[in-house]
Design a protein around this ligand. Structure first.
Ligand SMILES: [Zn+2]
Length: 92
């Protein structure tokens, strides 16, 4: 008869905790890479406009202004749809 003790899943818990610690360490490492300076850019990396302080406070890692960000989001959600005469159409 196998004796499992009061914590039959103790091994599983240890593995799980190691996995969790690895995951957290990875996330921390990645977050540091994403925010090398820990500060937001003061000017938009795309159009050069000043990024409002409120936006920088809410999104400390942001590098582009809200106008460029929404343009990017729109581009991403409308992949395949030619909304505004893309540069490719000018090549014809
Ligand atoms: Zn911009």
């Amino acid at each position: 008869m196998a004796e499992t003790g009061p914590f039959p899943d103790i091994r599983g818990e240890v593995v799980l905790r190691r996995l969790l610690e690895d995951t957290i360490a990875d996330a921390v490492k990645r977050a540091r890479v994403d925010m090398p300076s820990g500060e937001a850019a003061k000017y938009c990396a795309e159009c050069g406009d000043e990024i409002p302080e409120a936006r920088r406070r809410v999104l400390p890692a942001t590098r582009i202004c809200v106008v460029c960000q929404s343009a990017r989001d729109a581009d991403r959600t409308n992949v395949g749809i030619n909304r505004h005469g893309s540069k490719y159409s000018q090549l014809r």
